[in-house]
Every structure is written in C-alpha cells, then in structure tokens.
Unconditional design. Sequence first.
Length: 159
Amino acid sequence: MTAAAPAPAPTPAASEPERTLRIGEVAELTGVTPRTIRYYEEIGLLPGSAEREQGKHRCYTAGEVDRIKEIVRLKDLLGLSLEQLSKLLEAEAARAGLRREWETAEDAAVRRRILDEALGHIGTQLDLVQDRRRELEQLERELLDRRDLALSRLAELPD
C-alpha cells in the first residue's frame, strides 16, 4: 500500500490583505530608528503620511521594508547625501516602471522608447556613482601623499 501524497500547503487567497508592520518592527528589521523612517517619509524617500489618516499608526508593507533596506545599503555603500540618494532611487523606480512596461510592449518603436528612457535613468545613476568614486579616489591620493611624506620624514630622522 502506498502512502497518499501530502496535500499542498494552503496558499493565501489573492483577496487577503498583505501583512503590514508597525514602525517599531520595521526599525528593528532595517537597523534604523523610527525617527529616521519618519524623516525618509518627510523628504519623499518613502511614501509619506499623506496617505494615512490623522492619528493612524504607521504601517509598512514588505515592499516598503525592502525599500528602506535598499536606502540604508546605498547610503552606507556610496556615502551619498539624501538628495543624491533620492535621485538614485527615483531613477531606479522609473526603471522598474519601464521594466513593467517592457513586459507588455510588443511594438518595436515602444520598446525602443523604453530602452532610450532606461538608458537616461541608468546614466543618472552612473553619474552619481562615478562622482562618488572620483571623490574617493581623490581622498585616496591625498592619504597616499600624506603617508609618503610621513615615511620620507621618518627615513630622514637619525636612528
């Protein structure tokens, strides 16, 4: 006698609302403070409190948690100002929209326009990253010069 195959695990119904998290939970998951999350809303890096009724708790979706994690990662990795970070994220959001549009576009002219727009957004992102890299290279040159000067002065000193 063979065992019956186990029943598949139930999947959430499409109509079930996505689980949301309170601001404290999001802060813990992302490693930032609730104040930082509120500030990101205020400056437009996250959807803001305009959509929330006065006095209602802040609740965040998994997508918003992922966005906060990406903001923190880029901020730490690139050392960008919040204004630069905002430009970088706006370009990424625009590219995500273009990717969705690409999936349904069949006309070559439409796909060409999508790719041209995507190239513009990628160019914006590259400019920000390359500017940051140049700043870091300049700092590296300055530190190497200081090290060389210190080593040469050390070599000139009597034993």
